[in-house]
Design a protein around this ligand. Sequence first.
Ligand code: PMP
Length: 406
Amino acid sequence: MKADILKIREDFPILSQYIHNKKLVYFDNAATTQKPRIVFDTITEFYSKYNANIHRGIHFLSNYTTDATEKSRKTIQQFINAEKSEEIIFTRGTTEAINLVAFSFGESFIKENDEIIVSEMEHHSNIVPWQMLCERKNAKLKVLPFNEIGELETEQLNGLISDRTKLIAVTHVSNALGTINPVEDIIKIAHAKNIPVLIDGAQAIQHLKVDVQKMDCDFYVFSGHKIYGPTGIGVLYGKKELLNKMPPYQGGGEMISTVSFAKTTYNELPYKFEAGTPNYIDAIALGKAIEYLNCIGLEKINKYESELLKYATEQLKQIDGLRIIGEAKNKSSVISFNMEGIHPSDLGTLLDHMGIAIRTGTHCAEPVMQHFGITGTARVSFAFYNTLEEIDILTISIKKALTMLK
Ligand code: PMP
């Protein structure tokens, strides 16, 4: 992988830019990843040659684009090893996918005094839709805590579950801590009590091999833009049996079978959940991003990113006053940290002027910050196009920033 990295970086033109006259070091991959040329070439190609609204057409362009969209659905199905392609529903992203489930599953299955469990390390996207559902239904949200190194206290899960628990929603990888959660263990515990589980895969899908059948999750959600695809497109995977029992999320074109003022009937999966003109060109480009990843190989990517994480952790730990927030044994390529006496945003601003893009703040995970009694962190997050040399630039630049700030 190391030998290929320069060639791989050529596929990502944005990476060779200079920002503030410094070669860009992009370490904000957990917020969004950069796109390989094939992704935006596909978007340009479709808008310049093939664009036509999908499904409803009988002409060449419409059929061509419809086929390309369905091919992308198949690529995604195979990528996560879903049993059926109709279990793949296109959404705007992780957030919309979770809202879809919260609304639709909530309509069918959540009643007054029922309970939903989330973890303490969730992104706001996997908290707020459940809170809104609980408010609507007068149900209760329970929280599975994590310990001081940022690992979920899974042994507490059985104690939290009651005969009123109707769903468990947890993140596969924490965007604020980097923790890889033991989702298969959680699913086993939940399924022993017939409770379905939603896994937020926004930070996992681009790093780990996901097999939804092996994992046996009931729902798995992710965003295209975090897996080198376009923004505004994402995926909800759901088991067909469960999706069939859920009502549509939005009404409109394409989600119907027949419409009359007397009675409307709904389309079959996946279209039942894809009301209106979908974001089909970005869906097609997402398929291309996944094909690109498949060519490199997720195993290779995972191995290389683990090296980056290990090296960066060692380097950062040598900096006086730097405290890593989240030191789980099983981590993905995210490092959150704080510097004694320095506000993360001051550090982020100085690094920006040195050409290094990192993220600072709460990372949409305020309960994680509350757990540690902090207002935010600085976060670096890696992708397979990053290099050990860039990590050296980061450590040197942090040290330089410290002399300026202290
Ligand atoms: N969950 C996690 C763990 C995330 O990291 C994010 C994005 N930061 C989301 C959900 C929301 O993703 P999106 O904004 O793409 O819908």
